[in-house]
Design a protein around this ligand. Structure first.
Ligand code: S3P
Length: 170
């Protein structure tokens, strides 16, 4: 029987992993998994509440457990949190077993989307220049993924088409 490798979307906060992931999952008829949503369901708290009440380290530990749990299943479209792929265990697993796609955008686009987002505890506490630095550091890791899509000049439909094309030919 053919095993459908998981299709994993990586990239910064605000890169569209969840919205693109949902469309992809319908087209591919795969289940969609957003690791942040799974963490919120498990903890019965929002990501912001988890950061506030338990701290980032606690969040990162659950992020690792939850991400690996779903990555180990097949036939899913998985949107990792922006910091998920920075975790070496998660990244190593994805690189070995999944098809990973980096949704890359210009720094400016990302910063405008996330800088005042109340849903994103990390973004709310960082100013534009710190976000710029974070994007630069993380990009070297996102760049390790199997494929990179430069999204700025594409609409959602075109991004989805590119990803389906990559997945079906990989
Ligand atoms: C984070 C990104 C968020 C969420 C958390 C931390 C990060 O997910 O996991 O706020 O470190 O980049 P999205 O990328 O889905 O916003």
């Amino acid at each position: 029987m053919k095993i459908n490798k998981n299709l994993v979307l990586v990239g910064m906060m605000g890169s569209g992993k969840s919205s693109i992931g949902k469309i992809l999952s319908k087209k591919l008829e795969f289940e969609f998994v957003d690791t942040d949503n799974k963490i919120e369901e498990l903890e019965k708290k929002t990501i912001s509440e988890i950061f506030k009440k338990n701290g980032e380290k606690y969040f990162r530990n659950i992020e690792e457990v939850i991400s690996l749990k779903y990555l180990k299943l097949d036939g899913k479209v998985i949107a990792l949190g922006g910091g998920g792929y920075i975790n070496p265990s998660i990244r190593k697993y994805v690189l070995k077993n999944c098809i990973s796609i980096w949704l890359n955008w210009k720094n400016e686009t990302l910063i405008n989307r996330i800088k005042n987002s109340k849903k994103r505890p990390l973004a709310i506490k960082l100013g534009s220049s710190e976000l710029q630095k974070l994007i630069t550091i993380r990009s070297s890791m996102y760049n390790l993924s199997d494929y990179k899509i430069n999204c700025d000049k594409l609409d959602k439909k075109q991004i989805v088409e590119k990803i389906i094309n990559i997945y079906e030919n990989s």
